[in-house]
Design a protein around this ligand. Structure first.
Ligand SMILES: Nc1ncnc2c1ncn2[C@@H]1O[C@H](COP(=O)(O)OP(=O)(O)OP(=O)(O)O)[C@@H](O)[C@H]1O
Ligand SMILES: [Mg+2]
Length: 280
């Protein structure tokens, strides 16, 4: 793994480690369809090559924090039985922008040499609109390097970029992606499914879930997970049963609304009926 500033520029997760992370994952139906199709295509590459139809290998994910973008990268690596390489943005971004560009190149070269899923979180940090940072001429070079790397990205590896900023990203960058996914806070069905995954499906659990659903609406998956974890700890400490009251107390203590950023979907983006990101 290439290093920068003395630290590794990425963390590697083996497929087995990836499998552990996704135990409770709930994928929105639209995103499940996209991922399923992506996986089907990876399984029939020869046919695509024969027909001279390009095989998708670049995914971009957009959506608020704690909705499963990183989790989906783990899922994909697990399904493809490939290592997941999570790039550490703090390590590749350098005060010398020339150094940043060179780090980006090294990471992509690494992914070319060894088949993997390469995941870049907070993608907006390096893919910001070139116009917006034109005064920093050098930054355009970083974006250009990124574009070049995306164009040259071939072979069996998959590149995934995720972002939750509504800030404008460079259109030239967006165009490079063949698969686009939009993430959102859990809807009612997803919320219930997630609670079942966390609390089980016994009659008493289902009752607690039914009671707790209203207060958890509007929370991200990550918030819900923390609230349920808090409630579960109380159950152990007090040697008692899970109840609506425990979840309500945990909700108050965790206070998710206070922690939520004011994420809004950009007025320039919306989801189409397949849940894919659309630029208006
Ligand atoms: N769809 C989901 N299903 C199950 N658990 C989820 C889901 N989304 C998030 N979580 C839980 O929240 C934690 C954070 O999720 P994840 O890292 O995937 O969010 P993210 O969308 O990448 O957020 P960020 O934008 O902050 O990087 C995960 O470890 C997982 O436990
Ligand atoms: Mg993430």
């Amino acid at each position: 793994m290439p290093k920068s500033k003395g630290i590794e520029t990425a963390t590697v997760y083996l497929p087995m480690e990836c499998a552990k992370k996704i135990k409770h994952m709930v994928l929105q139906e639209s995103n499940r369809q996209i991922i399923d199709e992506f996986l089907i295509i990876q399984g029939m590459k020869e046919k695509f090559l024969e027909a001279d139809v390009s095989i998708p290998n670049k995914i971009v994910m957009f959506g608020p924090p704690g909705t499963g973008k990183t989790l989906t990268a783990f899922y994909l690596a697990h399904k493809l039985n490939l290592p997941l390489i999570v790039v550490r943005l703090d390590a590749i971004i350098h005060s010398h922008l020339g150094e940043t560009a060179s780090n980006i190149r090294k990471i992509f070269e690494f992914a070319k040499a060894a088949t993997c899923v390469l995941f870049l979180d907070e993608f907006d940090a390096i893919a910001r609109a070139r116009d917006a940072i034109d005064e920093v001429k050098e930054m355009a070079r970083v974006v250009n390097t990124l574009l070049q790397c995306l164009d040259e990205f071939q072979g069996d590896s998959t590149f995934i970029a995720a972002t939750n900023l509504e800030e404008e990203l460079d259109n030239a960058v967006w165009r490079r992606f063949d698969t686009r996914m939009t993430y959102d806070l859990p809807g009612l069905a997803e919320l219930k499914q997630f609670l079942i995954n966390l609390l089980g499906e016994s009659e008493s659990s289902l009752q607690v879930i039914e009671q707790s659903t209203p207060i958890l609406r509007g929370c991200s998956f990550a918030d819900i997970e923390q609230i349920i974890l808090k409630a579960k700890r109380k159950v152990i400490i007090e040697d008692s049963e899970m109840s609506y009251e425990k979840i309500a107390d945990a909700y108050k203590a965790y206070n998710p609304k206070a922690q939520q950023g004011d994420f809004k979907m950009s007025s320039r983006t919306s989801g189409n009926e397949e849940g894919q990101l659309v630029w208006n």
